[in-house]
Design a protein. Structure first.
Length: 174
């Protein structure tokens, strides 16, 4: 089961947003989904380009930019191609093009490209809930889950098995 991380844009902490993306990527997230729903004035492709510079493995999934006229459509296509090259082919766009993710009606929000389905999922309460959620998604035929970015999710990705005694969480007290 693949894991995507929904990165909600934080305009007050751009460096932290990029660092979160890099941390989730390094921890093994399969995709970073850029969420700028509350800031329609932002260019998600520019944010994807910034993430491409600080990440190396996961897909970068950005919402499509609407192109009102043919000239703007050509600009959008050029921007997508540029970010695709910057990201070494990792960019995916949510839209209606042939090679893009499409949103499927229903709950939870579900997206698919040609054969793979990703669905939104809540942040799990525990390691057990996380394993159950992954098993249920696999049984439902999903390719991946998209979970909100959170420190608990980062820990689950870094330590997928039962961590036992967590010596990395102990503090030194003098």
């Amino acid at each position: 089961m693949r894991v995507g991380v929904r990165l909600v844009w934080r305009p007050d902490d751009i460096g932290g947003w990029l660092a979160d993306g890099a941390a989730f990527d390094a921890a093994g997230a399969d995709a970073l989904w850029i969420d700028v729903a509350d800031q329609p004035e932002l260019d998600p492709l520019a944010l994807a380009a910034a993430l491409a510079a600080v990440t190396f493995r996961g897909l970068l999934v950005a919402p499509a930019i609407a192109a009102a006229d043919t000239g703007r459509l050509r600009e959008r296509e050029r921007a997508v191609e540029t970010v695709t090259q910057l990201s070494r082919g990792r960019l995916r766009v949510i839209g209606d093009g042939e090679r893009e993710f499409h949103q499927i009606a229903g709950y939870p929000r579900t997206f698919e490209d040609m054969t793979r389905r990703w669905a939104d999922a809540p942040l799990p309460d525990s390691r057990t809930a996380w394993r159950e959620m992954l098993d249920e998604a696999a049984a439902a035929g999903l390719y991946g889950l998209v979970v909100p970015a959170d420190a608990r999710l980062l820990d689950l990705l870094r330590n997928p098995g039962d961590p036992g005694q967590r010596r990395d969480l102990e503090l030194s007290v003098g």
